[in-house]
Design a protein around this ligand. Sequence first.
Ligand code: NAD
Ligand code: ZN
Length: 346
Amino acid sequence: MRAVVFENYGEFPSLTEVPKPEPGPGEVLLRVAGAGACHSDISVYRVFEEGQPGAQKPPFVLGHENAGWVESVGPGVSERVRVGAAYMVYGPIGCQHCRKCAAGLETYCENAATMPYLAVGLGRDGGMAEYMTVPERHLIPLGDADPVAAAPLADAGLTPYHAIKQALPHLDGGGRYALVIGLGGLGQIGVQILRALSGATVIATDVKEEARARAEANGAITVGAGERQAEQIRELTGGRGADTVFDFVGAGPTVSTAAASVAQGGRVSVVGIAGGTHEFSFFTNPYESYVTNTYWGSVGELWEVVDMYKAGQIRPDIERFSMDDALEAYRKLEAGEVNGRAVVVP
Ligand code: NAD
Ligand code: ZN
């Protein structure tokens, strides 16, 4: 079968022939319906070096945002798993023998350091292929919902959902403001989740006008990325600043904007992995404000994201690519030319 394979550190992936996988005990073989191309994949193949925290050893098939139909099941799989039915894939894979895994938060597995991989598409073969294998406990039934548009929700939906849920206490009450920085795959869905889960006014910013227009269509007020950005954001909040800030870029300039825009007692979540830093001291930050980071989410939260998708509260904006054009999806993602989320449909 054909697959997008990350072959060597620092190199663009290849579209190549690999053997069709066989499901092991407790696993299913999934015929992939869609695989989202996440910006983190670019860090995986371009930025990380061997031995660096976060680096996943090549070669493996990319794709950690997947949905598809069960083609066959391996030994010991429950009869509740229905062959032919559509499922969403929870990507992170922990040890299954620690308190974080027991809570469904396999992203924060306490034994991650001794696991052979982090997730499907991150060390283990992922879904940028015609078929993939998945542990059965990682399947969430989609019912009649479209599995192609659902695919990006496995990360571009779950990650903002996890970050936003933690920040909701800061948005409790009237007259609250949430700021979303970076309106790509994660940010656009982040705006939709904020609108559905909170009564806050959502302010959103991106360097791309097209991305701002999409966020406006989803109910956000937008600000451009010019010199007066932080000032304009503060003006929109009546001078107080935003009660929560989600930085879906995480570069130096966006982390600075986040810190400059947060209210007293507010909360900044750095989600983007571009490595920007910000000084935190008594004098440099609003009183009693918080800065945190966050990585992906739990399987239980992905069930909730799927429920929101089925209820029409999340509508992923996708650009489809055939397997022939899978590498073009990554080229466009690197060039900042993708609108919404690129999904490879094998
Ligand atoms: P994307 O490429 O789809 O979107 C990024 C957006 O940010 C684009 O619209 C771009 O125009 C905008 N942008 C870039 N620089 C900007 C700037 N200086 N100011 C304002 N906007 C700017 O990326 P994505 O897939 O949504 O991922 C976003 C980030 O989140 C990446 O760093 C990715 O690696 C990371 N990520 C983190 C997690 C996690 O668990 N923490 C999960 C998935 C992705
Ligand atoms: Zn674990």
